[in-house]
Write a protein of this length. Structure first.
Length: 203
């Protein structure tokens, strides 16, 4: 009976050891340093990472995207194109939006027409809903635009210097067609603030 007990214990122990070994194999990952496949790959000649590094150092492996990073003859800028490229200059803010005689005319209009609105450097094309057909008028501006309380344009004012610019007949005719009075103020003979209203609404 004692021998049967020892034999049964050995059989049970062997079965338990077998199941422990199987469970350990299922728990340890295949890429773990303790796994048989990992131990084999560390010592074997077929290590893919090491083979790649050796091949790369020999120049047998081309890096993906290297050809795209190198400039081609078509994409590389030519010397002629670089020469013809316009120079880019940094923008500089003006110290004063209005200066000199135009600034004086602005303050005179503000003082004499407190119930009006004054705008500076207005394009003629902005005065009409259809714009202008003449190229010269499309580029033309007026120094000051006077609008009434309802923001309707009443008069256009240009400030002329000592040289006395010749009157632009195209500008005069265009403003007259819109019903806007056109005035020219000389830099040395500016009207007084109390005279502005009479100049705008005289018959």
């Amino acid at each position: 009976m004692a021998y049967l007990g020892v034999l049964a214990a050995l059989v049970i122990g062997g079965i338990a050891l077998f199941f422990w070994y199987k469970m350990r194999q299922s728990i340890v990952p295949s890429d773990s340093p303790d796994s048989p496949s990992s131990r084999k790959s560390r010592g074997g000649p077929n290590n893919s990472l090491e083979n790649f590094i050796v091949a790369y150092r020999r120049g047998d492996v081309a890096v993906v995207g290297a050809a795209a990073s190198a400039p081609t003859a078509a994409s590389a800028p030519t010397a002629a194109a670089a020469t013809n490229a316009p120079a880019v200059t940094a923008a500089i803010k003006r110290d004063h939006f209005l200066s000199g005689a135009a600034k004086l005319a602005f303050f005179i209009c503000k003082a004499g027409l407190k119930d009006h609105h004054i705008f500076a450097h207005v394009q003629l094309a902005a005065l009409s809903t259809t714009g202008v057909s003449e190229a010269a008028l499309a580029r033309a501006t007026i120094d000051l635009l006077v609008c009434n309380a309802a923001m309707s344009p009443v008069a256009a004012i240009d400030v002329i210097g000592p040289d006395g610019r010749v009157t632009d007949t195209l500008k005069v005719d265009y403003l007259r067609s819109l019903g806007i009075r056109y005035l020219r103020f000389a830099a040395k003979t500016m009207p007084k603030p109390e005279e502005i209203r009479a100049l705008l609404y005289r018959m």
